[in-house]
Design a protein around this ligand. Structure first.
Ligand code: ADQ
Length: 482
């Protein structure tokens, strides 16, 4: 931030809003939604007084912004938050069905979980149009728009039709699958055409870029230049690039160094040391892409194959239920609970339990404190665009003592090469890698953590944002000078 490329105006468009108002009884609470994208873009918008357009999904959102607009942040208003209100039918068709039961599983290559319907697509399109109309009304002339993710795949094209003066970037947070899989989406051409409405299209990894370019070539037969990452759409050129997302490592380091969190972290370590137990951790939304059941199967195998770890390793599994309107998500959460109980019944001895299951969202400082204290973390995604938990764990490991076990199919594995990798579907390999990680001498563990910490310092969430926003600003300037 603060470079000569800081934009003069910017409209950010996301499904999830940065500030949400929730009602409990008569009380309304305004919460800032946690997450890397919000924590990077919110300060930028505050500085340049931009605007954010998102679905107003909080139970008190209509009450606090009856006309759909309010100034945020609450105590020192700096920019406009525009809430798009959706009916229950719209939420169901756009969010639950087309996005979460269609594009989400397909992009993660889980074909059997994927369901598409024309009816849901029509609603999805209508909601994308609603977002575009709102942006068209509020964006200043020759401004820039930064839209996000699989909820808004048609947005960039729709806004271009309405406001060709606007420069736009779209970032796809999840994997882009190979064409053989993506073509199973009945609207695959419309989705790709929708995204190509942007001037800049960002993905997490070079593999995702490659897969997307193949979908353009094979699905639409548009000319593609792979060397420059450019797609030619009529008179326009679309830049398609990998911009791997990251975390605010400095903020995490400060967080875990505050006296309160440092104390909490030390207390956890002391307790584990007193009980002579190594502490492992995982933190996920209860989503089938995160490989939670596969990780439990691997832990079962680990305690079976290496009985010396019984009473010596405890695994803290933090899982927060998510998307509970979708049946498969509810069933998954139930199965996670059952499997954890089964493993605990099988191995528990005296006061020791192998799995400590925590079912809630932890506040961020404490979560980072846990990461600091833990001896190891396990990220077991089957597929994952990036996986920020992996980067957060490394960032919080300021004492450089822990190890990261990271699925080789998570986007983060491209960058975090010093992690212990495993195949999430191979419980035996997973268990072996855990054993290997835990027997690695401290000096080697520290070396690996340090290398990864340096890597994250070199590429933070602000670098991610600055790369995209400066590229966008260059396009906006070009549009304005025509
Ligand atoms: P997600 O699928 O949500 O994100 P991830 O990248 O791991 O996955 O981000 C989850 C965030 O929520 C992390 O910051 C984590 O700390 C937090 N979180 C999860 N469970 C929590 C809990 N129980 N308590 C507190 N905090 C919790 C999507 C893509 C990813 C991509 C991101 C960003 O699926 O691949 O990395 O967007 O682009």
């Amino acid at each position: 931030m603060g470079s000569q490329n800081t934009p003069r105006s910017l409209v950010v468009v996301t499904n999830r809003e940065p500030y949400i108002d929730e009602k409990t009884g008569q009380t309304v609470r305004r919460l800032q939604t946690a997450g890397g994208v919000v924590s990077a873009l919110d300060p930028l918008l505050q500085k340049i007084h931009g605007a954010w357009v998102a679905w107003g999904s909080g139970s008190a959102d209509r009450q606090t912004a009856p006309h759909g607009m309010m100034m945020v942040p609450p105590h020192a208003p700096q920019y406009e938050l525009h809430r798009v209100f959706l009916s229950p039918e719209e939420v169901n068709g756009y969010y639950n069905r087309y996005a979460n039961q269609g594009l989400w599983p397909l992009s993660h290559m889980l074909i059997e979980r994927t369901q598409f319907s024309r009816e849901a697509f029509h609603i999805y399109r209508a909601v994308n149009l609603k977002f575009a109309r709102r942006v068209a009304q509020i964006a200043p002339e020759h401004g820039a728009v930064f839209s996000h993710d699989y909820h808004l795949a048609l947005f960039a094209r729709l806004i271009r039709e309405m406001r060709p003066d606007l420069a736009s970037a779209h970032f796809w947070h999840i994997p882009w699958p190979p064409f053989a899989i993506f073509r199973l989406c009945p609207q695959h051409q419309e989705i790709v055409r929708g995204l190509l409405g942007a001037d800049i299209l960002g993905f997490q990894t070079p593999q995702d870029v490659d897969n997307f370019l193949t979908a353009v070539e094979r699905g639409l037969k548009y000319p593609v230049s792979r060397e420059d990452g450019v797609v030619v759409v009529g008179q326009r050129q679309v830049q398609v690039r990998a911009y791997p997302i990251s975390v605010d490592i400095t903020a995490i380091e400060h967080m875990v160094a505050t006296p309160r969190i440092a104390r909490w972290s030390r207390a956890i370590r002391h307790r584990a040391q007193k009980e002579n137990v190594m502490l492992g951790i995982s933190v996920d939304r209860a989503d089938y892409t995160k490989g939670i059941l596969q990780r439990l199967a691997a832990l079962d195998k680990f305690f079976e194959r290496y009985p010396q770890y019984r009473e010596r390793v405890s695994f803290l599994q933090v899982v927060v239920p998510t998307r509970t309107e979708v049946r498969e998500y509810r069933t998954l959460y139930q199965k996670v609970t059952e499997d954890s109980e089964r493993i605990n019944l099988k191995y528990s001895r005296n006061a020791w339990r192998p799995i400590i299951h925590v079912r809630r969202s932890l506040d961020r400082p404490r979560l980072m404190g846990l990461f600091r204290a833990a001896d190891f973390a396990m990220v077991s995604s089957l597929f994952d665009g990036m996986n920020l938990v992996a980067k957060e764990f490394i960032s919080a490991q300021v004492d450089n003592h822990g190890v990261l076990l990271l699925s080789e199919t998570a986007g983060a594995a491209n960058e975090l090469e010093e992690a212990f990798n495993f195949n999430p579907l191979d419980a035996g390999n997973f268990a072996e890698q855990l054993h290997q990680a835990l027997t690695t001498p401290l000096a080697e563990r520290s070396r690996r953590i340090r290398v990864m910490r340096e890597q994250i310092h070199r590429h933070t969430i602000y670098d991610w944002m600055n790369h995209i926003v400066s590229a966008l600003e260059a396009v906006a300037k070009d549009y304005a000078s025509r």
